[in-house]
Design a protein around this ligand. Sequence first.
Ligand code: ADP
Length: 172
Amino acid sequence: MLCAGCGAREFWVDGEIFFTRTFALESKSGISGANMERSLILLKPDCLEAGNAGRVISRFEEEGFEIRGARLIQLTDEVLEVHYAHLMELSFYSNIADFMKSRPVLALVLEGENAVARIRELLGPTDSTKAPAGTIRGDMGTSGMKNVCHASDSVDNAAIEVERFFGDGGVV
Ligand code: ADP
């Protein structure tokens, strides 16, 4: 018989009642359930300047993603040099860094099934001018650089990026 309150199963040994519970296996990131993932999102300066934060968050919520962390952050050169290390050789890296520092970004941790790949699909390709209508970047982005939103590109990077922006707590 199951306890209605906590789902524990009762059993009897030598006339005494005991309860046991089974728990879903936890992934290495601490998230329960099959294919449950977290992704690190940054709503970029163009998104906040245009007043599109609510619209973008609604898109994520409509797809069933749950907000596990949220924080407004003023990015610095130090953080960007790590976060965008793969871009530092680009001749226009400083333009990207200046854009990302131009006003605070809204960092989110979103959780859901296959979150990393599905959120990247919702965003569309990097260049907003090539992103199809119906994608976040296609609908709200204005250029290759001003493309509304960052989202982690792999499960491993998501863990690193969540630690980068929420390492001191704030993910529940
Ligand atoms: P993504 O954000 O799609 O993962 P990247 O990691 O390659 O793409 O680039 C990080 C960000 O740097 C992009 O989102 C965009 O804002 C900017 N960026 C990258 N490549 C270009 C480019 N060719 N022209 C302008 N901005 C770029």
